[in-house]
Design a protein around this ligand. Structure first.
Ligand code: PLP
Length: 432
């Protein structure tokens, strides 16, 4: 294991003042058998820690950095904007510019509201759906993660999955948990049973899902499952909410909505929409969105909502993804890394499965295709932890959990992709 004395010292100090030394649990690298990274700075595809060690970054701020670190045009626009003041708690015109950009790109969005985190976006979308339908229950899927609002932590993915495999969190009233129905992803029959049950059929306000799950590793919903959810929500008088915090502007210019032939009623965005700053949003049909205060009776607010610096970064981020060939180039880079690995796995019949949606993917240490959380939990997390450490020691940083997505950015250098490919192949040859 490489020595990181300065990181160790800072981490000890952090632990005295911040619980677990981190401000979000998965950063603790708890199951990876080492202390977390402490970053000094980053550029393009590279992180530099406080010990001066460099790492090719496949986490990209959990998918936010599709343009890589410190992209010059985002930095330049943000610096100019900051000279005008950083926060007013009063409206600025750039909020409208970013709103128009999203509405232009995403057909199902007629109006949008900006918030500061994905958690706020999904939480507010659910409140809006409950206000619109006047119903109480929500449906979510095992292993999907929608942030940490009480009613979502009923069987959450990623961080929670690592901390407490039996799901959930302390501090959540039982009555709130009862209003969330948590169902197996991609399982039409299990869902049908609940949707047609007289206890629930007329009480479901919304079904929320990650159309391509990223928080239990990358698992796309099947086309049939998505079609089924759209038909059932229409029949039940419930809303369909796509949580595209991760997939939005990532898996395609129009996000997962480009990949499935169904339109959601509401969509949640985060990560890329903030260009590396704290911005997120939820949007959808005008008739629904107009129920939000001050027009309607569903309350939702935020001191830093629509913050001009975050809006500027988001606007630049969305302009950059619209440059000709952007997604083709991202795909080319992803294929450059993955194709030879996939071929070698296939040729050797190794029990490894790579699941991918554009430039996000997961290398699962299990043989068969992963369709849901149950399958994902069969992956070998001990091998994953060894894999993580081996790559880390060679200056390659992947998300510190088997049940996360890796991300390729526009800034990934070919030489770094090849270096990563060769490190992965060496590990696999040595361990399978
Ligand atoms: N929804 C999805 C699909 C996410 O991946 C995340 C975070 O990773 C969230 C919601 C929560 O977003 P945030 O961490 O910005 O609150």
């Amino acid at each position: 294991m490489i020595s990181r004395p300065i990181s160790q010292q800072i981490y000890s100090n952090l632990n005295r003042v911040i619980p677990g030394g981190v401000n979000s649990p998965v950063r603790a690298c708890a199951n990876m058998g080492q202390i977390p990274m402490i970053i000094d700075h980053a550029y393009r595809d590279t992180l530099v820690d406080v010990d001066g060690k460099t790492y090719v970054d496949y986490c990209g701020s959990w998918g936010a950095l599709i343009h890589g670190h410190a992209h010059p045009s985002i930095l330049e626009a943000v610096q100019q904007r900051m000279k005008k003041g950083t926060s007013f708690g009063i409206t600025t015109s750039i909020e409208g510019e970013l709103a128009q950009e999203v509405i232009k790109l995403i057909d199902s969005v007629e109006k949008i509201r900006f918030v500061s985190s994905g958690t706020e976006a999904t939480m507010s979308a659910v409140r809006l759906a409950r206000g619109y339908t006047d119903k109480e229950f929500i449906v979510k899927f095992n292993g999907n993660y929608h942030g940490h609002a009480d009613f979502f932590l009923v069987q959450a993915g990623s961080g929670v999955l690592e901390v407490s495999p039996s799901a959930s969190s302390a501090g959540i009233p039982a009555d709130i948990v009862k209003q969330t129905l948590c169902l197996p992803y991609n399982d039409i029959e299990a869902c049908r049973q609940i949707f047609h049950h007289s206890d629930y059929r007329h009480k479901i306000a919304a079904i929320i899902l990650e159309p391509i799950a990223g928080n239990m590793g990358v698992i796309p919903a099947s086309q049939e499952f998505m079609q089924f959810l759209r038909e059932e929500t229409l029949a039940m008088g419930a809303l369909l909410i796509f949580d595209e915090v991760m997939t939005g502007f990532r898996v395609a210019l129009k996000g997962a909505q480009d990949i499935y032939p169904v339109e959601p009623d509401l969509t949640c965005f985060g990560k890329i929409i903030g260009g590396g700053f704290p911005a997120a949003a939820f949007g959808g049909r005008e008739e629904i969105m107009n129920l939000l205060a001050p027009l309607g009776s569903v309350y939702q607010a935020g001191t830093l909502s629509g913050n001009p610096i975050a809006m500027e970064a988001g606007l630049q981020s969305l302009r950059l993804i619209q440059q000709p060939g952007f997604y083709e180039e991202l795909q080319r880079k992803t294929d450059l890394l993955l194709d030879p690995i996939k071929e070698t796995i296939k040729k050797n019949n190794w029990p490894i499965c790579i699941q991918q949606a554009g430039s996000m993917f997961t290398l699962f240490f299990c043989k068969n295709r992963v369709r849901n959380l149950e399958d994902a939990l069969k992956a070998n997390t001990t091998i994953f932890a060894n894999f993580f450490r081996k790559l880390f020691d060679q200056g390659i940083y992947i998300p510190p959990s088997q049940h996360e997505a890796w991300f390729i950015s526009q800034a990934h250098e070919e030489s770094n992709l090849i270096k990563t490919q060769s490190a992965i192949l060496t590990f696999l040859e040595e361990n399978f």
